[in-house]
Design a protein around this ligand. Structure first.
Ligand SMILES: Cc1ncc(COP(=O)(O)O)c(C=O)c1O
Length: 366
């Protein structure tokens, strides 16, 4: 398998090498503070006994698994702590394929690029199903695409890159679709705390032994570098996920898990509300500026991305490089996300997001 440098590295390097000031809206690492309790947890961990620096149980600290299980209302045996949602998605995709229930995976178009990458690595045939005009899931098209070869259906709400949030009807329909086709629904809910619509529904709300929910603290606690996530598997797939996790990783990082556990216990809803408020303001300012620039965009209902297109200025890599050089704003080219080569994605994870918006509004190259 060849190593393909992810495109976001290329754009970030290009932006860093530019001889002007560039505002980086390329990748999805939050710029805001993690919870105070998380910092305190990490600080105190430095003085822990040597035993606390040794392997934790492979499937995660028991107390963290119990905390997750209690919060999500599931049996603790279903919870596997992973190195981020990225690993949880991989475990779920591998588990779905291992059932010998077909070799196709349904994804959306646009799509978070690591999904098709993992699908290729695992030997899936990936089918990309275009989303609806407003960025929402096209349930009818998903239904039409499903067939007896469909082993997995992978969806993401709130969505990267569109910002769409799938409500209860959509989630129920997707769980039913997976049940009907003996496929595994993998619901990546990594942006669940960034729902501005109030409509977000977890796949866990619907009873099914054909659904896996993946999540992490990377985004909700602004700690993409700590690598703590989880998968909630149906009972019949949980042990295989545990085994694969153990054989690939041995285990996860103990200090990270301990700090996340402390933050979960000691952080109130106001922390998450403050992050949402910050993002709401950024999104409003950014989309106002896009209006001035004459852009078309999907109004984000969740997550922290704005997917946009500028008339006569397709979202190719060379145009993204022009935006770096001429406007001082770095973003992701749209074809990274599937067949959306007219589009670009802005990640609003910079305190200078508003300034970037003004630069775009003033840019006369569109
Ligand atoms: C949709 C989606 N899933 C998963 C991930 C990876 O999350 P983690 O850091 O928990 O592995 C990201 C990161 O950007 C993402 O956008």
């Amino acid at each position: 398998m060849d190593y393909d440098t992810p495109l976001f590295f290329h754009v970030m390097q290009y932006a860093a090498a530019a001889d002007r000031d560039v505002i980086d809206l390329v990748s999805g690492g939050p710029d805001w503070e993690p919870p105070t309790a998380l910092r305190e947890g990490l600080r105190e961990y430095a003085d822990a006994e040597p035993a606390e620096f040794q392997y934790p149980p492979s499937d995660g600290l028991r107390a963290l698994r119990e905390e997750v299980a209690a919060r999500r209302g599931v049996d603790v045996d279903r919870v596997v702590i992973t190195n981020g949602a990225g690993e949880a998605n991989y475990l779920a995709m591998a588990g779905a394929l291992e059932r010998d229930a077909g070799s196709e995976i349904l994804l959306t178009d646009p799509v978070y690029p690591y999904y098709p990458g993992k699908a290729r690595m695992l030997g899936y045939d990936a089918t990309l199903v275009p989303v609806a005009e407003d960025g929402g899931l096209d349930v009818a098209a998903m239904r039409e695409a499903a067939n007896e070869e469909t082993a997995a259906i992978l969806i993401n709400s709130p969505n990267n890159p569109t910002g769409a949030v799938y409500g209860a009807d959509t989630m129920r329909a997707m769980v039913d679709l997976a049940d009907d086709h003996d496929a595994l629904l993998i619901s990546d809910e990594v942006y669940d705390h960034y729902d501005f619509s109030g409509r977000f529904e977890s796949a866990l709300s619907f009873e099914s032994d054909h659904a896996v929910v993946t999540n992490s603290y990377s985004k909700s606690m602004a700690v993409t570098g700590l690598r703590v996530g989880y998968g909630i598997f149906p009972h019949h797939l949980a042990d295989a996920a545990r085994t694969r996790h153990m054989l690939v990783n041995v285990t996860g990082a103990r200090p990270s898990q301990a700090a996340v556990l402390r933050a979960l216990r000691e952080t109130g809803p106001e922390y998450y509300e403050a992050s949402r408020d910050l993002l709401r303001e950024r999104i409003d300012a950014f989309t106002d500026a896009l209006d001035v620039a004459g852009a078309e965009y999907v109004v984000p209902e969740g997550a922290f991305y704005v997917f946009a297109r500028f008339e006569g200025f397709p979202g190719t890599l060379s145009n993204v490089e022009r935006l770096v050089d001429e406007a001082g704003v770095a973003c992701m080219p749209g074809d990274t996300f599937g067949s959306y080569d007219e589009w670009v994605r802005f990640a609003l994870v910079s305190p200078r997001a508003e300034e970037a918006a003004r630069r775009l509004a003033d840019y006369d190259g569109f």
